[in-house]
Write a protein that binds this ligand. Structure first.
Ligand SMILES: NC(=O)c1ccc[n+]([C@@H]2O[C@H](COP(=O)([O-])OP(=O)(O)OC[C@H]3O[C@@H](n4cnc5c(N)ncnc54)[C@H](OP(=O)(O)O)[C@@H]3O)[C@@H](O)[C@H]2O)c1
Length: 276
């Protein structure tokens, strides 16, 4: 069974949909209270109502994670409403389908701001407070299975996920003396709004709207499955949460033998607009 999570407090970014929402609900099922963040207030309100209908408490902190104030507001809200926080899950993120050649620096920086800098900033601030005030706790970041190999046309997104996994690995060692756990989460394709966002943000030539249909079913899972794995990690902490053994082994094999990637990922010519 592992740790009892009853009355513990979790802070989650990107909790208005997908993996963040499912994790907030799963944490409530496990007896936790939640501070939930995203930009869409109506969606967050629905999540808070669901949590409260389960007999737990929820606090909404609406805002963009790239706003430097958001991290402090989230952690302050946890302290004011629940007397502190035990778990922080930096989950908010998005992807774009684009060849490396086609991506402008401004787009790349924008994605790094959300996926990497905001997540890192939140966990850094949480770590500083936990070291000062509690000397225990659990910090998690939603990386991806693609942290360990790069999908063609998703190079920039994979780079943000890889950066997240690396920062978690270093932070894990740095916080171990303070009894603060750090885990990175590595889902495979998950049926969330992620794919709609990729479709909206990508060049229409990329046909990114078809991405989910084009992904083989064995590499697709539900956000509830990821949430369950995250809660299991809170009960019994481990460095990394993987939700597919097959993909984890593939990632290990490509790390050891990089030429494997050239066999598995076929040559991927540039989109028509790039070739013009
Ligand atoms: N779906 C997959 O296949 C997959 C696989 C591996 C890893 N992941 C990772 O899982 C995490 C969650 O994604 P998801 O699949 O659950 O997608 P999702 O349903 O689109 O959820 C993304 C969440 O992030 C929030 N968000 C995005 N930008 C934000 C910003 N600037 N400020 C505050 N909140 C922001 C969104 O809320 P608002 O729009 O309301 O702000 C939403 O709640 C991401 O880090 C993603 O990279 C996803």
């Amino acid at each position: 069974m592992g740790k009892d999570l009853t009355d513990k407090t979790v802070v989650i970014t990107g909790a208005s949909s997908g993996i963040g929402r499912a994790t907030a609900v799963a944490c409530a099922q496990a007896g936790m209270n939640a501070v939930i963040n995203a930009r869409r207030a109506d969606k967050l309100k629905a999540v808070a109502e669901q949590i409260e209908s389960m007999g737990r408490k929820a606090e909404i902190v609406c805002g963009d994670v790239t706003d430097p104030e958001t991290s402090a507001r989230l952690l302050d809200a946890a302290t004011q409403r629940f007397g502190g926080f035990d778990v922080v899950f930096a989950n908010a993120g998005y992807g774009v389908r684009s060849s490396v050649c086609d991506m402008e620096d401004s787009e790349l920086r924008e994605m790094f701001e959300v996926n990497f800098f905001a997540a890192n900033g939140l966990l850094r601030e949480a770590a500083r407070r936990l070291i000062r005030e509690r000397r225990r706790g659990h910090l998690l970041m939603c990386s991806s299975s693609v942290a360990r190999f790069a999908l063609p046309r998703f190079g920039a997104y994979c780079a943000t996920k890889s950066a997240q996994a690396h920062i978690c690995q270093a932070l894990r060692a740095e916080l171990r003396p303070y009894h603060i756990r750090v885990s990175s989460v590595h889902p495979i394709g998950t049926t969330t709004e992620f794919y709609d966002v990729v479709g909206r943000r990508s060049n229409p030539d990329e046909n990114a709207g078809l991405l989910l249909q084009q992904t083989p079913q064995r590499f697709i899972q539900s956000p509830e499955l990821v949430a369950k794995a995250v809660v299991a990690c809170l009960r019994k902490p481990r460095p990394e949460v993987w939700t597919s053994h097959t993909v984890r082994w593939f990632a290990a094999a490509v790390t050891a033998f990089p030429s494997l990637a050239g066999i598995v990922f076929k040559d991927t010519p540039l989109a028509p607009a790039d070739r013009a």
